[in-house]
Design a binder for this molecule. Structure first.
Ligand code: FES
Length: 172
């Protein structure tokens, strides 16, 4: 007796007669449509960023903000912190040498990766595209970052570290 089960087309196939070739084929027109939609979404996103930066500039920090105790960060170490009210901007505090402290935004000025201090080369490194910044000034040393890291002024008081909006001259 012949088993004719293998010859039978499953029920679902006869209910939904879709050819695999047709189902996976993307026509030139469809491709162009998706490309157009994707490009349009990118353009809208870029436009929103430009508008935000032009009409809603980030506010400068006001007042002094406590970061940590001096004893918490030995020489050559970095301390990451946020400031209340500006949780979207992470900062770093660096203890460069005895009584010499620096603080910068932790977002790389290229594509906003988190930077870190490397004591072995005394520079701030962005691991994403090998950008390097001067740990004293925040200036770009090498790599794609277009500008220096925004810097805060460090204030020391009775063994405690505070930061405030940058002044032209370093106080510490
Ligand atoms: S994001 Fe820092 S170098 Fe590209």
């Amino acid at each position: 007796m012949k088993d004719d089960k293998s010859d039978k087309t499953p029920n679902w196939k006869s209910d939904f007669p879709i050819e695999k070739k047709k189902a996976t084929h993307v026509s030139r027109r469809e491709f162009a449509k998706y490309l157009g939609l994707f490009s349009g979404a990118l353009a809208v996103g870029n436009g929103a960023i430009v508008i935000k930066s032009l009409f809603f500039p980030e506010e400068n920090l006001k007042g002094e903000h406590f970061v940590c105790n001096e004893a918490d960060v030995p020489v050559g170490e970095m301390f990451q912190f946020n400031i209340e009210g500006s949780a979207t901007v992470p900062y770093i505090l660096i203890h460069l040498e005895d009584n010499k402290w620096r603080s910068f935004e932790q977002k790389c000025t290229h594509l906003a990766c988190a930077v870190r201090y490397r004591a072995d080369i005394n520079q701030i490194e962005c691991p994403c595209h090998k950008g390097y910044f001067n740990a004293d000034t925040g200036d770009v040393i090498q790599g794609p970052p277009p500008r220096a890291l925004p810097q805060l002024t460090v204030v020391r008081k009775e063994g405690k570290i505070f930061v405030k909006a940058s002044e032209k001259e370093q106080t510490v």
